[in-house]
Write a protein that binds this ligand. Sequence first.
Ligand code: COD
Length: 164
Amino acid sequence: SSRIAVVPGSFDPPTLGHLDVIRRAAKLYDELHVLVVHNPGKEAMLPIAARLSLIEQSIADEGMDGNVIVGSWSMGLLVDYARDVGAGVLVKGIRSQIDVAYESPMAIVNRHLADIETVFLLPDPAHALVSSSLVRQVAGLGGDVSPFVPPAVAAFLDTGSRGI
Ligand code: COD
């Protein structure tokens, strides 16, 4: 049977850390769904549609071979999406003990809810300190975010800040 996994995230905006996890997960599974999920616990900077098109463009620019599918999900449980597409695994990146503490209860709940396993990847040290919240802060203050995000995201945020 084919191995299908989901990489869920807020992707607000997508960063080089996200792209690293996606690139590596795409090598581990036959089919990888990158899913833009509304996180009710966070106030968003970008609408879902913008995040979706930025992650799509960034994945295409990286030339990731055809097994990555991009989607979004705002109705109900993440595991319902996973079940719908036949995925048995969620892939998440773990940067710190804070991520472990945040992700562990969700991983246990998701296993109980739907028998879905969560696989954790350690970040590439080059991107381990990059976060969407850091990028939002730098962009909001008018700084250069290009070292932290894919070119498509840097271009989008730059254009946005100039009000074009
Ligand atoms: N290096 C490696 N990994 C990274 C990096 C980096 N630099 N930056 C981020 N990541 C990882 C994160 O650890 C995470 O795994 C993923 O990339 C996405 O990160 P974010 O910040 O875009 O997304 P989050 O943390 O806001 O996650 C949002 C979700 C909605 C996916 C999450 O909250 C979730 O799984 N919710 C479950 C919803 C649900 O069904 N609830 C009911 C049962 S729990």
